[in-house]
Each structure stands twice: as C-alpha cells, then as structure tokens.
Design a protein around this ligand. Sequence first.
Ligand SMILES: CC(=O)N[C@H]1[C@@H](OP(=O)(O)OP(=O)(O)OC[C@H]2O[C@@H](n3ccc(=O)[nH]c3=O)[C@H](O)[C@@H]2O)O[C@H](CO)[C@@H](O)[C@@H]1O
Ligand SMILES: C=C(OP(=O)(O)O)C(=O)O
Length: 429
Amino acid sequence: MKYIQTEYSGPLSGTVHIPGAKNSSLAVLAAACLADDIVTLEGIPHIDDVRVISDISRDIGMELRREGGRIIIDPRWIDNAVIDPGKASSYRASYYFAGALLAKFGKVTIGFPGGDNFVSRPFDQHIKVFEALGAKVTFLNDCFIVEAAELKGADIYFDTLTSGATINAMLAAARASGRTQLHNAALDPEVVDTAAFLNRLGARIYGAGTETIRIEGVPYLTGGTHTIIPDRLIAGAFLMAAGLNGGQVTVTDVIPEHLGACLAKLEEVGVHVECGDQHITAFGSGSLKATRIRAGMYPGFATDLQQPMTALLLQAKGKSIVTDRVFPKRFAHVAQLRRLGAEIELKRESAFIRGGLALYGGWVHATDVRAGICLLMAGLTAEGYTRITGVEHIERGYEDVIGSFRSIGAKVSMHEWDTREQPPQSMPR
Ligand SMILES: CC(=O)N[C@H]1[C@@H](OP(=O)(O)OP(=O)(O)OC[C@H]2O[C@@H](n3ccc(=O)[nH]c3=O)[C@H](O)[C@@H]2O)O[C@H](CO)[C@@H](O)[C@@H]1O
Ligand SMILES: C=C(OP(=O)(O)O)C(=O)O
C-alpha cells in the first residue's frame, strides 16, 4: 500500500512552479470534442483524472496525445458517444462529456459522475440545463442517457451557484441553435477559461465571469490552441504552507487576482503576501492569529482551500471557526486531524478549531484531494512521523506532490508498505 510520510520540517522556504488548473483542464479537455479540427492545449497537468480522460477519448475515437508540454487532440474522428460507466464514475467532471458530445451526436450514454465524496454532490442543475435546451434525460442503473434531435437555445436560471453546471451549459449551448442565456451563473476563473477556449474556436460566448452569460449558438467550431490557467487551489495551499512554521514561499506562474480572498485571509492571520505580475510570495512570521473562514463560491474563499487552511489554523493560538456552506460535509479531514492530537469540534457545517496545541505523528487517511493536502501540511508541523494513506486521492489533483513540497524544504517522501508485514510505527522523536 502506498503512503506519504512526513515529519516536522521547520520553516518552509523556496519557490514552486504552479501547473495548469485541474478543474479547467477537465472542462477544456471534454470541450475539445466540440471542435471540428485539431486542438492543442498547453499546461494540462499530469494527473490521474487526465489519464482517465485519455482512456475515454480513445474509447470514443478521439485521438489525444502528449507531445512535450502539450496535449494534441484530434476530435474529427469521434465515432460514438458512449462513455463507460466505470470510467465516468472514477472522476467528477466526466459529466462534461455529456454536454460536449450532445450537440454532435444527439445522444450520449454516460455513467454517473464520481469524484471526491462530500456525502452529497447533486447534479440536478446539469440535468436542468440539458432539459431546458430540449434534451430528454433517462436514468438507468449505472448510467444515464441524454438525447435531443435538436438543441435549442433557452433562458436558464440556476437555482444555486454551480461552476460545474455553468460550464456544462456553455458546452451544450455552444452549438445549439439560437441564443441561450444563463442567469445566476458561477463566476469562477475556470468558467471564464472554458469560455475563452471555446471562443478561440469560434464560439460566441459573452459575459463569462459575470452572473449572466449569453451564448449565441454557432453551427461549427474550428481547431485552435489554448493555455490552461494556473491552478489557484494548488497555489493557495503552498502559500499557506509558508505560515506553518514561519517560512517564505514563492509561487510562480500564477494569476494573483484569482487568489484574492485567500490572500486577504492570509494577511488577516499574520502571513504577509506580496504579489508580482505572475508570482506571489508569502512570509510566515511564526506567529498566527485565529480567525473565522466562511467558504463560498468565487470570488469568496474557496471551499477547496478551507481544508489546507485548517492545517494552518491549527498553528494559530485561540479559537478559529471554518464554515463550509458550499459542501457542508466537506470535513472528513477533521477526524484524521484529531488522530494527530488536534482539538476540533464539528457542528453542522462548521469546524471549531482550538489552535496552538502540539501535534503528534500517526497514521491518517486522505479521503479527498484537499483533505490529503491538509493532512500532509499538518504532518509537517507534527512531532514524529505522520503517514498518510489514500494517496490516490491526492494524485487526482497533484502531479508531483512529493517533488513540489520538497522544493520548499518539506521532509516528505513516498513509500510502499507490504500489508503482510507490521506497519511502520509513528514513534514521537
Ligand atoms: C471538477 C471541478 O471543477 N470540481 C470543482 C467544482 O465541483 P462541482 O462542479 O461539483 O461544484 P459546483 O460548483 O457545481 O457546486 C457548487 C454547489 O452547487 C451545488 N450543486 C452543484 C451542481 C448541481 O447540479 N446541483 C447543486 O446543487 C453543490 O452541491 C455545491 O453546493 O467546484 C467545487 C466548488 O468550487 C470544487 O470544490 C471542485 O473542485
Ligand atoms: C473536489 C475536488 O475535485 P472533484 O470536484 O473533481 O471531485 C477538488 O478538486 O478539490
């Protein structure tokens, strides 16, 4: 069994290059199905979700190959729109293939979306989009079928802010006939990036990044080249790492505006940040203030960052509160942190953290990508060895988690444990 081992690492300092955003990549790779010519994408990370997309592409007849730092996609020979249920359910964003293939094929058969399990991850707003555009959706045991003889533009009012359904609506409407207007649309940079990509291919999408998006359907899309935006969620976690034991971390190749709420919170807790055009440096002072976090949709404090922020707040003396109303059950990391000695109480959608206590290494399990990063960061502040299983969750989002944390001086390594043998003990030093 694979596990990550960490130990107390003192102040972390160094520079980390930030790869392209996972959540943009997953949308843009599926969106490439809509093109009528070759698409070249730069900045797609080497992560497990992208490997699944490669498999799906092969299954539907879409050529996808890596050449150096680029991915080249030839969507001209896609010959079917049947996505294997096992592959679809091995990651969240498989639902984008439904939106992207619908206009070309009129019928898509696809397994249910998977991804990190936060107890409830509804996709009713995606279904609402397909139906609003004139499609019929049928649910079977292990898959659902979306079919439409013709997709027709419509006015769609989202019941809640959702980045996934906003993106899927843009994919489904890009080649629909007539005008689609999305109201109460999500403002996330990944929505804007997907719209920018589609527009580069000749789509007519206006207003992405505002709450009303207008899409004038076009009959075909060309090929083109696009560079994925940097991963703001990875960048945010590394900046937090600077504050753990009082260090200095620079993240490069980032768009600082995408991290506004995170940077403001870091300043509030005593981690000073300085921004350049494409880099940010965080300076940990060794003394942190407790605070209150309320995760919300962009431009609020990202739900994906409340977990790594919890690792930081464990180092801040006093009581911090972390509330997540986007995914109210996104607290699986809390029980694991308690194993390391953390005192955190959970009430409804909030974690009440008593910070400033010593942590001690132990075995913990990562149940999702950001929980894994939170545990890894906590392990860097704990006495003795912390060993994290569930590495596959972390690898869904990080292409080289060990290498990048080592580049800022973290004592972290990947191991294999033969489960027929006694597990290594986490003795405090
Ligand atoms: C692949 C991808 O891009 N994943 C990201 C995406 O997930 P995901 O696309 O699942 O998140 P959404 O932005 O869609 O979800 C936001 C909120 O809307 C709700 N909702 C969503 C869809 C729906 O049909 N019905 C509904 O009620 C969700 O339960 C949640 O409360 O945004 C999340 C919030 O930033 C991130 O944590 C994920 O990393
Ligand atoms: C929750 C996440 O991913 P997904 O939506 O793909 O499960 C994440 O990136 O933190």
